[in-house]
Design a protein around this ligand. Structure first.
Ligand code: DAH
Length: 356
């Protein structure tokens, strides 16, 4: 029996030495496998008498059971150790500050849009929205833009499918089509109330048109200061007695409020747009700061052309007004000192989070 005790002891020692489940299974094979020590002893019983077999077999079985018990104990111990290691590795330090989901915020250009809407809202302007896929009529023709105007070329304008040759669809190149869309709606509403003759230009009474139209616009253009998609905000004020003086007053007040600077200087530089006559580009100059002394263009503007007034359904003998179109992207760059327009459209959180 000493031999069996020795085998059981050496099995226990081998199992204890096994540091991993794989090593343990190898150790198991040495004792309980097909060519293992216990199996060999079983085979060796063939030559014994029946009585010898009984006692010998019982003893070997006891040894086998002892080895199996030791094996299972070691299996459990290894599994437990492995679990403890895993728990340690994945331990949670409940004293660490929590990792929170970052709070979102508005895009800097959206902040500018909201600011523009608030300032013009305080001056009695409505806010209008319109389609970004526009027809040739609203984007060009109704705005008195001639057939051969360079802005209509494929180099400048994204044409899209769905229109006809005589009335192509395009991505609006400016927010100016909203002048026509909004005015036509306005006139329709009030000429019905005045029961004016359909078709004729409206010369009855109606409330003034005072509206801004912010939104996305598109041109075939891309560099540090131009993006194929950019923003514009149109402004329109049409009434019976609206003059260039009002334009100067309104826009000056807007710029000074927007930049929170009452000493901001404005310059209305003569220019040309098909839909205004006379036309002016509006430059601003900061009295101090990094941009001081430079004229910075911020908008196009002018007195609405009589042909455009007609396309609104209004009689230009009675109605007159001014319009302007500005770039909220540029206003945002000037306000925050951003020098590359593309930063606004990259979606880089490191840049955008600075505006929250
Ligand atoms: N639509 C012009 C542009 O995109 C800007 C503009 C100029 C708008 C004069 C106006 C205006 O309303 O009166 O360059």
């Amino acid at each position: 029996m000493n031999e069996l005790t020795a085998i059981v002891d050496s099995a226990k020692a081998a199992f204890a030495d096994a540091a991993t489940p794989a090593e343990l299974e190898n150790a198991k094979a040495v004792f309980l496998g097909k060519a293992g020590r216990i199996t060999e002893l079983m085979k060796g019983m063939a030559t014994l008498t029946v009585d010898e077999k009984k006692s010998r077999g019982a003893a070997i079985n006891l040894a086998k059971q002892a080895i199996e018990a030791a094996l299972n104990a070691r299996r459990h111990a290894l599994a437990e150790a492995e679990l403890q290691l895993q728990l340690q590795a994945e331990a949670i330090d409940v004293s660490l500050p929590g990792r929170q989901r970052g709070q979102g915020g508005l895009h800097p250009v959206s902040l500018t849009m909201e600011r523009i809407e608030a300032i013009f809202g305080s001056m009695g302007f409505d806010v209008a929205q319109g389609p970004e896929i526009e027809s040739d009529w609203f984007n060009f023709t109704a705005l008195n833009t001639p057939e051969d105007h360079p802005a209509r070329s494929m180099h400048d304008t994204f044409y899209v499918e769905g229109g006809s040759e005589s009335a192509p669809n395009l991505l609006r190149t400016h927010t100016s089509p909203m002048q026509i869309r909004h005015a036509v709606q306005h006139v329709k509403k009030h000429r019905a109330a005045a029961s004016a003759l359909d078709g004729a230009l409206f010369a009855g009474d109606m409330p003034e048109i005072r509206v801004i139209a912010p939104g996305r616009t598109y041109r075939v253009d891309s560099d540090a200061t131009h993006s194929p998609m950019f923003h514009q905000c149109e402004g329109l004020w049409v009434g019976e007695n609206v003059s260039f003086k009002d334009l100067k007053y309104v826009f000056t007040d807007f710029c000074r409020t927007f930049f929170e600077n009452d000493d901001l200087v404005l310059r209305f530089r003569p220019s040309f747009f098909p839909f205004t006559e006379p036309s002016a580009e509006i430059d601003i100059q900061f009295p101090s700061g990094p941009l001081a002394g430079r004229w910075l263009e911020v908008a196009g503007s002018g007195q609405v052309h009589p042909n455009v007034i007609r396309n609104m359904g209004l009689d230009p003998e009675k109605y007159i007004g001014f319009a302007f179109g500005m770039g909220p992207d540029r206003l945002t760059m000037l306000r925050y000192g951003v020098n590359d327009l593309r930063l606004f459209f990259d979606g880089d959180i490191r840049f955008l989070s600075q505006f929250q």
